[in-house]
Design a protein around this ligand. Sequence first.
Ligand code: IPE
Ligand code: IPE
Ligand code: MG
Length: 244
Amino acid sequence: MPNDSIGSQKQILQHLAVIMDGNGRWALKRGLARSAGHRYGAEKLYDLCVMCIERQIKYVTVFAFSTENWRRPADEVAQLMDLFVYFYNKYKDEMEKEGIRLRFSGVEDGLSQRILDTINEAESTSDKRKTMQLILAFNYGGRREIVDSSKKIAAAIQNGELNPDDLDEDSFRDYLYLPDVPDPDLIIRPSGEQRLSNFLLWQAAYSELYFAEVLWPDFSADIMDKALEDYSKRDRRFGAIGKE
Ligand code: IPE
Ligand code: IPE
Ligand code: MG
């Protein structure tokens, strides 16, 4: 479904965010180790990129690892870390061909030098690409982002760059991790859970939410189109009155 025909009101979907959840349950249902679910989930991420390019979506943010996911067993954490390097090396040529710019949103604390180097390479080699931005929320927490922004604001006030009277919702945004990225129009969470789990708390203020029972490794173009169809019928009021 081309983006310009989504919805009778031509409701634009510029930024889609996805909480890639359900890998563990997908694997357990098949008698496999959770790690197998994560591996299939990473493959599905590339499928998602292709689906989004076909539908002319310009920004896609995916939740890949939360600041709370460190609470998992060390071997699972290690696998999730490695998976990012695996995904990048496997798909970097395709991403270049497709014009995908890769960006990261999250904190460096706890990430190995190998991962930091891969992030740097992925960002610096792709920053001129225009077709779509793939933003990996990796070691990301929404509350942490708001705290980090507040610290930057405190420092700016302290060194005289910012007058507290000039601080408002728009200027606060400048201190978020990726201030130039528009807020997500739609957030899809598969796996049957109906919560944000600390994802994009500031940016999700007026995002439309879509929950699906499917486990992330089984996500498909059909489910994506159902979500987009549903989105096209939403009346985004932003606090004002509706369209009728
Ligand atoms: C999502 O799948 C992957 C990450 C959170 C990194 P889960 O591992 O959370 O899968 P479930 O929710 O246990 O099924
Ligand atoms: C959210 O999933 C984080 C990612 C998909 C990376 P979780 O599986 O960590 O969320 P909870 O624990 O069910 O809320
Ligand atoms: Mg989960």
